[in-house]
Design a protein around this ligand. Structure first.
Ligand code: BG6
Length: 478
């Protein structure tokens, strides 16, 4: 049984749906330099990549997104029709501070989010805001070197203070950074660091994390100073991990994998201090602790301002195998790993594991005892529009149903769950591949990978299904 005031909704990110990438004074963001297509991560991950836009060579689907900037009223009306109680979106930092290091914000950018928030409130939809979701002003990456530079704490603090002050009276739920632990595998998105500006070195990744931890705690302080009732969380990717077998060597490797990927960031952000295994991590990744800039005052800030809740995304699980000589590898959601013979995978190879969500929730809640919010979950799939215009996305309904059933079990286990916002409630540009054809939505958007299409919105079969789920507070799942 879900709580009476359970927050059913959907989730998006500014850079993946707004478009209007230079409208009304917006500056370029790191996401604006990321090309579309399956080669996206290869391009960004190559040593030559230097945040340049090359329109002759690539397409840039994020520039247009799904034109939510101009169509948000229509989109929110559709969310309201589904009965959304909340809507998770992010603020494009470069709309508010186009270069990131200005003293004064861009009023036109602030006005856009005033309107967006008011539109949500018109339908009693609670906005849930991610302050920074996989983008930062390009200038901060190019001129300052991304999050490894301590000056970013000040810039982020100014940004967070600006938006929390402006919207804090209307918006109760916030998150500081999207999937902060993703930098483990790919610091380009959340830390603004690629190989050419130091993203290939774990020393920089850990320094960047530290700076982000401090910035996140300062945002918590600002939020609570504005109103102690504001709820401000961290946000991680959670990938349940299993040992391939009962061999203690693999079990121990699984424990380590869990600490490194799933728990390191939340240990700091929820408990307010670096975990006991931090030194081991530094040694393993060749990080020189003496070279890290971590002050006493920073540690006091971390301790004083932990987050109120844990937001997390859950798409898939992973398997750890240290002992086999030959293993079949898989990849998905920025992660690698070994194939799990018990699971099927999405068309993009992400291993589907609803039961793993129950485990994830118990592991997180058991460790921290703070409320959880599942702020992303869903199936990226190719949808076929039938000649009569309908879209029968029963595979998506199955995926979501099974995950909601797992959530129910975890709630029965005693986990405190605040809400559920499936990813990409309206089709949008994929973060990992820049494709439109990797769709998650209840709402179809007529746009292809090359940018052709009317941008018209239409309802998939999952639209009415999810509406019923919300209406019955998760009781009716068929
Ligand atoms: C999460 C991100 O990792 O997964 C989103 O927070 C992203 O930004 C989502 O879109 C799904 O990933 P993808 O690569 O299929 O878009």
């Amino acid at each position: 049984m879900f709580k009476k005031d359970f927050l059913w909704g959907g989730a998006t990110a500014a850079n993946q749906l707004e478009g209007a990438y230079q409208a009304d004074g917006k500056g370029l963001s790191v996401a604006d330099t990321m090309p579309g297509g399956k080669q996206r991560f290869q391009v960004i991950g190559s040593p030559e990549f230097d945040w340049e836009i090359d329109e002759e060579k690539y397409v840039y689907p994020n520039h247009r997104g799904i034109d939510h900037y101009d169509r948000f009223r229509e989109d929110i009306a559709l969310f309201a029709e589904m009965g959304f109680k909340c809507y998770r979106f992010s603020i494009a930092w470069s709309r508010i501070f186009p270069k990131g290091d200005e003293q004064q914000p861009n009023e036109a950018g602030l006005k856009f989010y005033d309107d967006l928030i008011d539109e949500c409130l018109k339908y009693n939809i609670e906005p849930v805001i991610t302050i920074s979701h996989y983008e930062m002003p390009l200038h901060l990456a190019k001129e300052y070197g991304g999050w490894k530079n301590r000056q970013l704490i000040t810039f982020y603090e100014r940004f967070a203070k600006t938006v929390l002050t402006r919207y804090g009276k209307k918006v109760k739920y916030w998150m500081t950074f999207n999937e902060i632990n993703s930098a483990f595998h790919f610091p380009a998105l959340s830390q603004g660091m690629v190989i050419s500006n130091g993203g290939g070195e774990m020393q920089n990744v850990f320094q960047a994390w530290h700076n982000q931890f401090v910035a996140s705690s300062l945002a918590v302080k600002i939020a609570h100073d504005i109103d102690p009732d504001l709820q401000i969380g961290c946000m991680i990717i959670y990938a349940t991990t299993y040992s391939i077998d009962s061999n203690p060597i693999n079990q121990a490797a699984n424990l380590v994998q869990n600490q490194e990927f799933n728990f390191f960031c939340t240990d700091v952000q929820v408990r307010g201090e670096y975990p006991t295994y931090t030194k081991r991590l530094y040694n393993k990744f060749g990080v020189d602790q003496n070279e890290l800039e971590i002050t006493e005052e920073d540690l006091e800030i971390l301790k004083a301002y932990p987050v109120d809740y844990i937001g997390f995304s859950y798409y898939m699980s992973m398997v750890v195998d240290e002992t086999s000589e030959e293993t079949e590898g898989v990849s998905g959601n920025l992660l690698g790993g070994v194939k799990n013979p018990f699971l099927k995978a999405s068309e993009w190879g992400w291993q589907i594991d609803p039961e793993g969500l129950r485990i994830a929730m118990n592991e997180l809640y058991g460790r921290y005892q703070v409320p959880l919010f599942i702020v992303e979950n869903g199936l990226g799939a190719i949808d076929e529009v039938q000649p009569d215009g309908t879209i029968e996305d029963n595979y998506r309904i199955d995926y979501l149903r099974e995950h909601i059933e797992a959530m129910k079990k975890a709630v029965d286990d005693g986990v405190d769950l605040m809400g559920y916002t499936p990813w990409g409630c309206i089709d949008l540009v994929s973060a990992s591949t820049g494709e439109m054809s990797k769709r998650y939505g209840f709402i179809y958007v007529d746009l292809d990978d090359e940018g052709n299409g009317t941008l018209d919105r239409s309802k998939k079969a999952s639209f009415d299904w999810y509406k019923k789920v919300i209406e019955t507070n998760g009781e009716e799942l068929n």
